[in-house]
Design a protein around this ligand. Structure first.
Ligand code: PLP
Length: 453
């Protein structure tokens, strides 16, 4: 059965009749029908009508090496022929997760040398939550089990991911979160800094909110703090440079583990293998997924620091946790080939030295001056555009999100895919973008802003 035998209308009707989509209002979807993306190449996706769209989101923050990479298809094909599946349970494993673990230990910060696999970022965060609580139990401190997170954080969609996350709409449908998770303010200066407060001071104040939460709960009861180095789905919120070093200092002071969620920032997006390296911090766990395979296969890797790993190994006792597809051989083969492309093509250095700074300059010089833009910001190849009604006062348009959705829709019509979250436009392009691709994107976004004004 090939989709080419169906018209767009037929596919949309079947979609509406049988397919429930993630994060979608299905009543709305049934009215309008889905855009059908049918192929992709390099930085472009194509819909069923043949329309070419520049993908400013790398799929969903994941296709970092771009589309149409035959090496990755071949890696999957070869592995499937040899051994499509075997598990890593019961004293067995397969070669590709072994070799991938070695590679990840090489590129991760020096104190991180062990990896636990899953198929998604949400699963990896479930693992992280269970692992840090298990760690403190092994250390003889089971009461140390509160995890501090932040409002508007996104840590995935499973029950544990939603509980760790700070998105109120998601939590309200949960009917009861995993206990002992508390949320503090996010480091979002655009909306939360006091008038006249410097970036530096705001960063310290936002970190202090974590210290306050630790003291309120009692440090003897707090297991860990979890955060995205740059909040992604929550609106590409880039903390001031003072924030992460201060968070690390606070965690160390109270012996609270530091968990970084790098599901978006991992594998080059910030101009380093991991944002932990960009920010100069040493987390105890790093959650990764998405760009580990550039989205060509579902795979997540929880990178586990020596402190936790050595307790697991030295104290022993089974860690009662794992997934059928932990260390899936095909997904791991694709990850190995993907990391090889990233290295061979120098994509991380390119983001750090060339495209990241160029992207920032282009946003600042050609987008920030627009009458409905309150601020632009970027870090590596991750960017945000704040949509406002009034530039001076930063007042928003009356119905939250509607102006941003209008910008997004004009952009897509104009051949540019980007996302709207609340009143913020967000961008996370493939790392293969060149200066020319950035120019094309900026031109299309500027036009969309004009049309939405
Ligand atoms: N953590 C972060 C920071 C994410 O951005 C996401 C997904 O966007 C997740 C976790 C969940 O990953 P997944 O959708 O693969 O479960």
């Amino acid at each position: 059965m090939t989709y080419q035998n169906f018209s767009l209308n037929q596919l949309q009707d079947i979609d509406a009749a049988h397919h429930l989509h993630p994060f979608t209002d299905h009543k709305d979807l049934r009215g309008a029908g889905s855009r059908m993306i049918t192929r992709a190449d390099g930085p472009f996706i194509y819909d069923s009508e043949g329309k070419q769209i520049l993908d400013g989101m790398a799929g969903l923050w994941c296709v970092n090496v771009g589309y149409g990479r035959h090496e990755l298809a071949e890696a999957a094909y070869e592995q499937m022929k040899e051994l499509p599946y075997y598990n890593s349970f019961f004293r067995c494993t397969t070669p590709t997760p072994v070799l991938l673990s070695k590679k990840l230990a090489e590129v991760a910060p020096a104190h991180i040398n062990q990896v636990f696999y899953g198929s998604s970022g949400s699963e990896a965060n479930d693992t992280a939550l269970r692992l840090v609580r298990h760690y403190w139990a092994l250390e003889g401190k089971p009461e140390k089990n509160i995890i501090i997170s932040r409002h508007n954080a996104y840590h995935g969609s499973t029950v544990a991911g939603t509980s760790l996350g700070g998105m109120s709409a998601m939590q309200s449908q949960l009917g009861g979160a995993v206990p002992n998770i508390v949320h503090v303010m996010m480091p979002y200066a655009f909306e939360l800094a006091e008038p006249g407060e410097s970036d530096h001071d705001f960063g310290i104040r936002a970190a202090k909110a974590i210290e306050d939460a630790i003291l309120e709960a009692g440090p003897e009861n707090v297991a860990a703090f979890i955060g995205e180095p740059i909040m992604g789905a929550g609106g590409v919120k880039i903390p001031p440079a003072s924030y992460w070093p201060e968070v690390q200092r606070i965690c160390r002071k109270y012996d609270v583990l530091l968990m970084l969620d790098e599901v978006i920032t991992g594998y080059g997006r910030t101009g380093a293998w991991f944002a932990a390296q960009s920010m100069g911090i040493e987390p105890d766990t790093i959650t990764t997924a998405k760009a580990l395979t550039s989205g060509y296969q579902p795979l997540s890797a929880l990178l586990v620091g020596d402190r936790i790993a050595s307790a697991l190994v030295e104290k022993g006792g089974e860690f009662f946790h794992g997934y059928t597809y932990s260390g899936h051989p095909v997904a791991c083969a694709v990850a190995l080939a993907n990391l090889e492309i990233i290295e061979k093509e120098g994509l991380i250095e390119r983001v750090r030295d060339e495209t990241g700074p160029y992207f920032n300059k282009a946003l600042k010089e050609r987008i920030e001056g627009h009458p409905i833009v309150g601020e632009v910001r970027s870090f590596g190849l991750m960017g945000a555009i704040e949509i406002v009604k009034d530039k001076e006062s930063r007042a928003r348009f009356p119905d939250e999100g509607t102006a941003a959705v209008a910008v997004r829709d004009h952009a897509i019509a104009n051949g540019m895919m980007l996302r709207a979250t609340g009143d913020t436009m967000i961008l996370s392009p493939p790392l293969i973008w060149t200066r020319e691709t950035i120019d094309l994107a900026i031109e299309r976004i500027a036009k969309a802003l004009d049309l939405a004004e």
